[in-house]
Design a protein around this ligand. Sequence first.
Ligand code: SDX
Length: 428
Amino acid sequence: MTQNTLTVTDNRTGKTYEIPIENETIQAAALRKIKVNPDDFGLMTYDPGYGATASCKSSITFIDGDKGILQYRGYPIEQLAEQSNFLEVAYLLIYGELPDKSQYEKWVYDIMHHTYVHENMARLLEAYRYDAHPVSMMISAIASLSTFHNEAKNVDDEYTRNRQVMRILGKLPTIAAFTYRHRIGRPYNYPNSDLSYTANFLYMLDYMGQTSYEVNPVLAKALDVLFILHADHEQNCSTAVMRNIGSAKSDPYSAMSGATAALYGPLHGGANEAVVKMLTEIGSVDKIPSYIERVKKGEFRLMGFGHRVYKNYDPRARIIKKIAYDVFEVTGTDPLLDIAIKLEEVALSDDYFVSRKLYPNVDFYSGIIYRAMRFPTDMFTVLFALGRAPGWLAQWIELVTDPEQRIARPRQIYLGAADRDYVPMDKR
Ligand code: SDX
């Protein structure tokens, strides 16, 4: 009968070790017993970017990168995008099951009645220059929410955690809308709990005092689906940060501020903004071949392409591409879409991308939709953060309630100077 173990021989000593295999992994700590001398630290793994390292056991999101599969709590993303809505998906991610009618109604009521922020928060945002990047404003605003809710530090109490979950999901769209209104020099629109989650967000962004203002339901629905598609993505960079900060028992506002900062990077959630800049720089379909050649020379990356996990088409990109057409029905089309479609076609027929399994990811088409909806490019990552918030919260709760989790503290391979004595200034 085959053993579920790894037999390792250390050729430095000829010793053999049996290491248990569980869930297709081995405990890195098991390598510590492999030593040459008894007082050695023992072996570790070296894995920059954690490409082959599991940091946790999770039941929230499943991705099969080779098959292009994405599931939230076992439900395929395609079905959730088609049949669910963002707040219901947020409930699913955080509590593990789809809510029944009364649970759902209470959940929506609670969130839509936690949309107001303290007036000091509104004043805080006004301290920024008119051209402050909205993601930078979000990072500090989310952190400052912890100053209004001191009890949030009590991360081991379920009731307290749930209250912060409602506050964060309720208040983030308000903060996001306020950053936008501050930047365009317009008065804030305060939340309207009679509207749906995304309709209220669009209202806070756009309302200019019209007597007959109505949020366009097609755009509210498109944004709702986009938020579903961004809601979680297992241990991506920003979620790993949420978990790392959470592992020190910091409050969820401080942890989410860090996660938003990680999302800001152009290699992560900032890619949607970079995609639109790239498509605008390409300018026309006939310029695509020369641009692709420069990418292949390594001058820069094709933004919105490639993924650490997906070595196939990102299933979210496929859905987003379809949403684009619904939005363009309302907003009118965007020539960038034609460039993006042609760019995808050229790249996917070029061995440089095919051999590296580089396909469009979630960011490749989302920026075009946001632009068509008249969002300024520097709001794109803010929208990504609004979508990802329930995923960050679900992962944070799973972390703080996981008995196997400890404070995150990786080791290192020290290659620096050996011990040496201090040299006085006159001797240097
Ligand atoms: C998101 O992790 C998540 O789940 C993230 C996310 C989420 O929902 O949270 O899905 C959201 O962040 C999507 C990714 C958005 N970023 C971009 O679109 C930026 C462009 N893409 C990349 O820079 C890159 O593909 C990453 C960062 C996404 C992944 O990088 P990896 O896994 O570390 O891959 P790598 O850098 O080791 O690249 C492997 C090879 C290299 O070539 P060689 O050295 O082998 O010759 O592929 C090349 C890279 O040069 N490559 C690219 C490329 N991405 C990788 N070449 C051109 N264009 C690209 N986009």
